[in-house]
Design a protein around this ligand. Structure first.
Ligand code: NDP
Length: 295
C-alpha cells in the first residue's frame, strides 16, 4: 500500500516510523527538508520534494500538521497536494484540526473523487513511539475500512467519533480538559505548599483520591517535581486546541466559563513562555505568580 506522510514534527515523525515497513511503501514530506532527509536515513522511505510530489502515487495520505490552517496551505499552496491527489485516494488528517475546516476540506475533495477522514490522536509521544495511540476519527465507515491497516500501524484504541469533524471536536474537548487539569493541579499544589504540605505528600494523597488526573498522576511527578520539563507537545499547540474547544462551545451555544478561562490562561502562558515551550511549562506561570517552585 502506497502511503504518503506529510509533517514529521514531534509526533508525526514517530507515527510515520510505523509505516516505513511492508506492506507499506512510504513517501515523506516535511517543510524543513532536512528533517525528512534525516528520517529517510533512519527508515526506508522516499523523500518527496513538494506536497504534490509526495501524494502523486499515494493511495493513503496522512497529514500531521499544527492546525487545519497548515493543512489547507499544504493542500492549496504552490505545489500543493491538490495538484496531484489521485482519484480514489484517501486523506487521513491526523492533525488536531477544527471541525468546520475539516468539513470544508472533505466537501472540496469529495468533488474530486478523493475521500477524507479527520483522525486526531492522543497518548503523546510515548504512545506514538510504541504504536499504541488512541485515534478518534470522523467520517464514513466505508472510507475508514480502506485505511484501517494504516491507522492500526500506529493506533491501538481506534474510536469512531461520528461524522466528519467529530474526531476534531472530541480531541479539542479532551485537550481543554488537559489544560484545566494542568492549571488546577498546579494551583492546588501551590496552595498546599503555602499551607506547609510537601508536594510529594500532597500527590500521594490526591493520586489515591478523587482529585487525581493524568496531570497529578504522571505529568507533575515526572516533569515538574523533577524540573525536567521535556518538550513533547508544544504549549502553543495546546492553546490552539483549547481555542478550538471554546469556539465549538460558542457555536453550539454552550456556556463553558471554565474552558474559556483555561483558554485565556494558556494564551498568557504562550505569551510568557514562547512558541517552543512544552505544555507542562504552563505550571511555571502559576509558580512565578505565586513566588514558589513545586518540587
Ligand atoms: P510540531 O510543532 O512538533 O510539528 C509540526 C509539523 O508541522 C512539522 O513537521 C512542521 O514542519 C510542520 N509545519 C508547521 N507549519 C507548517 C506549514 N505552514 N506548512 C507545512 N508544514 C508545516 O507538532 P506535533 O508533531 O507535536 O503535532 C502535530 C499535530 O499533532 C498537532 O495538531 C498537535 O496538536 C497534534 N498532537 C501532538 C501531540 C504531541 O504529543 N506532540 C499529541 C497529540 C496530538 P517543520 O519541521 O518545517 O517545522
Amino acid at each position: 500500500m502506497k502511503v504518503a506522510f506529510l509533517g514529521l514534527g514531534d509526533i508525526g515523525e514517530l507515527m510515520a516510523a510505523h509505516l516505513a515497513r511492508p506492506p507499506f511503501e512510504l513517501v515523506v514530506w516535511n517543510r524543513t527538508a532536512s528533517r525528512a532527509e534525516e528520517f529517510a536515513r533512519a527508515h526506508p522511505a522516499r523523500v518527496a520534494s513538494t506536497p504534490a510530489d509526495a501524494v502523486k502515487d499515494a493511495q493513503v495520505i496522512i497529514t500531521c500538521l499544527p492546525s487545519s490552517v497548515e493543512v489547507e496551505a499544504v493542500l492549496h499552496g504552490e505545489n500543493g497536494m491538490l495538484e496531484s491527489l489521485r482519484k480514489g485516494s484517501v486523506l487521513v488528517d491526523c492533525t488536531s484540526g477544527d471541525p468546520p475546516t475539516s468539513r470544508s476540506i472533505a466537501a472540496e475533495l469529495g468533488g474530486r473523487g478523493v475521500e477524507f477522514i479527520d483522525a486526531p490522536v492522543s497518548g503523546g509521544t510515548t504512545a506514538a513511539k510504541a504504536g499504541t495511540l488512541t485515534v478518534m476519527w470522523g467520517g464514513e465507515e466505508s472510507v475508514f475500512e480502506r485505511v484501517r491497516p494504516v491507522i492500526e500501524a500506529f493506533g491501538k484504541r481506534i474510536v469512531h467519533a461520528g461524522g466528519i469533524g467529530a474526531g476534531d471536536a472530541l480531541k479539542a474537548v479532551n485537550n481543554a480538559l488537559l489544560a484545566v487539569h494542568i492549571l488546577s493541579a498546579a494551583e492546588g499544589l501551590v496552595v498546599l505548599l503555602k499551607a506547609g504540605v510537601n508536594p510529594t505528600t500532597a500527590l500521594e494523597v490526591i493520586n489515591a483520591s478523587s482529585g487525581r488526573s493524568n496531570s497529578s498522576e504522571n505529568l507533575i511527578p515526572q516533569r515538574v517535581l523533577t524540573r525536567a520539563f521535556p518538550r513533547t507537545f508544544r504549549l502553543a499547540l495546546l492553546e490552539k486546541d483549547i481555542g478550538i474547544a471554546a469556539v465549538l462551545a460558542e457555536d453550539l451555544d454552550v456556556h463553558t466559563p471554565i474552558i474559556s478561562l483555561a483558554a485565556e490562561r494558556f494564551h498568557e502562558a504562550r505569551e510568557k513562555l514562547g512558541e517552543e515551550a512544552d505544555h507542562v511549562e504552563a505550571v511555571k506561570m502559576v509558580e512565578e505568580e505565586n513566588g514558589v517552585i513545586i518540587k
